[in-house]
Structure formats: C-alpha cells, structure tokens
Design a binder for this molecule. Structure first.
Ligand SMILES: [Zn+2]
Length: 338
C-alpha cells in the first residue's frame, strides 16, 4: 500500500471514529491516536523525508490537508459535546409533573373585598387610616368623653407615648372630614384591636368596614335602606334582620343590626350565644358634636355612619362556628375557602 492509499484509509477511519465520539475523553484519545507525537498521521508526515521531491510535494500536500481537516472535526465535535444537555436515561419523561401549590386570599380578605365591592357599587369611595391612632382621632373627636369606659385599658391597647391601637376604623371619618367638604360618601375597611377575652365569638383583633355619608337631607331611612340592600346582597334575600336601639357616643340616634343566626336557624347555638340572633353592625346618625369637631355646619348637613364587623358575617355566610379558626392559620381550614 503506498502512502497515498494509507492516508486515504487513515482519513476514512479517523473521520468515522471522531464523528461517533460520545465524550470529550474519547475524542482526546482519538486526537492522540491520529495526530499526537506518535500518532498515525504524524508518523506518515515524518516518513516523507525518505521520498523524492515530487512525491514529497504531492503526499505532503495531502497529509497536511488531512491534518487540517481532522483538527477541524475534533474542534467541532468538542463544541457539540460541550453544548449538549446530558440526559439521564433513567428519567421517565412520561411521568406526570408535580402540581404547584398556589396561595390564595384568606377568607377574611375575600369577605372584606365582597363587602367593599357592594358599597363601592352604591357609590362609596374607599379611604384608609393608620392602625396606630391618637386618642384624638379614636376617641376625642368622636365625642367619647374622657371618662368613657371604652378608653379604659381593659378595652384598649395603649402604645408607649399615649397612642393606641385603633378600636374601630371610625377615626378615618374624622381624618376624611378634615380633608373634604360634604357630600362625603366613604367606606374605611381595616384591622381593629380590642382588649377582649378570646372566645368563639370574639377575638382581640378583627376587621371592620366603617361607612359614612354626609350631605344635605340624609335621613335614618337612607341608612336603613343602604344597610338592608347590603345585607340582602351579601347574605341572601331571605335573611332576617333586626334593628335594635343602641348607644354610641358619635351617633344619635343609634342602632345595632342583628341577623338571624344561620348556623342554628334561630334555635340558639354557641356562635349566637343561644339567642338566635347575631349582631353584625352598629350604626346611627352622626352626632352634631362630631360635625362641630371638624367644622361642618350641623344645621345644613346630616349624615349617617355604620361599622360592620367582617369576621362575623364571614362566619355566618360560610357556616363556621368559631372566630378563632380565622386567626389560627391552619392550612386545612384556610384552603377550604378560595
Ligand atoms: Zn346560632
């Protein structure tokens, strides 16, 4: 076999082997085998010195061409191997994926959004106020006298420096009245805090949606209409309501609204304290003293205010019998309400 034939044979085998190399190690071994110092092609190039000038030129040309070609094949193959994703053959691509667990809104947030939505559709704007409030906004401007029992530390959490954790979102009323002129039609949803014994009906923190409307000729009839419309939409048309006379320092006259307990159908249970009714909101006509504090003319304007607890309607609507479940964050409970 002359040298030209040898070159052709080496070239053919080398090309096939290099293209089939399945790792960088195998490729390197092939490089050494053909192009290394003692490699097959190198030996042939070394043997050129024994040939005639003419043969040297011809065979040398072919050998160099082959060397360049093999160098390029090695380089290309090396790149291919490094960019290929290594696939574990034991992996079963037909297996179903693991489901992702997405979070969702908490029941309290869902219900608060529903309440807000109903009032927004009735033309109320949403306003916000701070959780840590001053005595002025929480009590004084709302006509709570200095000796009112609600100011007692037994009912209110005080913060260093005389501030307190707001006991209702009614303070937002004052903040908004200071900024605006009537007509004012606003709801103020948020968290409130009371130093109360924790039981199935009460918790030391809960949520409230305060609403108020001030304009000329606003009547108690308007208030009743708005609250009835709310209850019929939030619960159902057949909900039974009861307006009871009550007292709040910042409204006169005042009332509380009870709904027939859904859980026991009025027969009495632990949620309704065996009364068959559950109080869900307080309301009334805004006291002229409050208007005086914010500079509104109580001869010209009247207004109503109401405060709806969020947790109790949530419990009633979803037939949950203990408010504590809403705050314990047990995922088995929470994930039932999406
Ligand atoms: Zn009941």
């Amino acid at each position: 076999m002359d040298i030209a034939e040898q070159l052709q044979k080496i070239g053919q085998t080398a090309r096939e082997e290099m293209s089939a190399a399945d790792s960088a190690d195998v490729l390197e071994k092939l490089r050494v085998h053909y192009l290394g110092k003692k490699g097959e092609l190198t030996s042939i190039l070394r043997g050129l010195k024994d040939l005639s000038r003419e043969e040297k030129r011809e065979v040398g040309g072919q050998a160099n061409k082959l060397k360049t070609e093999l160098d390029r094949i090695i380089e290309d193959r090396r790149e291919e191997l490094s960019s290929a994703i290594s696939i574990d053959s034991s992996f079963d691509f037909t297996l179903p994926g693991r489901p992702r667990h997405y979070g969702h809104r908490h029941l309290v947030t869902i219900v608060m959004d529903q309440i807000n939505g109903i009032f927004q559709r009735m033309g109320f704007e949403i306003a916000d106020g701070p959780d840590i409030e001053s005595d002025y906004y929480n009590f004084e401007a709302l006509n709570f006298p200095p000796d009112h029992p609600a100011r007692d530390e037994q009912d209110t959490f005080y913060v260093e420096g005389g501030s307190l954790l707001r006991t209702h979102t009614s303070g937002v009323q004052i903040r908004e009245f200071e900024k605006r002129k009537p007509p004012v039609k606003i709801i103020a949803p948020g968290k409130v805090f009371r130093n109360e014994a924790v039981n199935a009906r009460s918790y030391c923190v809960f949520h409230q949606v305060e609403g108020f409307y001030v304009d000329e000729n606003v009547t108690f009839g308007d208030l009743k209409g708005v609250l009835e419309a709310f209850c019929y939409e939030f619960f159902q048309e057949s909900v039974q309501l009861r307006f009871r006379p009550s007292f709040f320092p910042f409204t006169e006259p005042s009332a509380e609204v009870d709904v027939r307990c859904f859980l026991c159908n009025g027969k009495g249970c632990s949620l309704c304290k065996h009364e068959g009714w559950l109080e869900i909101l307080g309301c009334g006509m805004i006291d002229p003293e409050v208007f005086k504090a914010v500079g509104y003319d109580s001869d010209k304007v009247t207004g109503y205010a109401f405060g709806i607890g969020v947790e109790r309607p949530a419990l009633l609507k979803h037939r949950v019998n203990d408010i504590r479940l809403l705050f314990e964050n047990d995922i088995r409970f929470i994930k039932q309400f999406r």
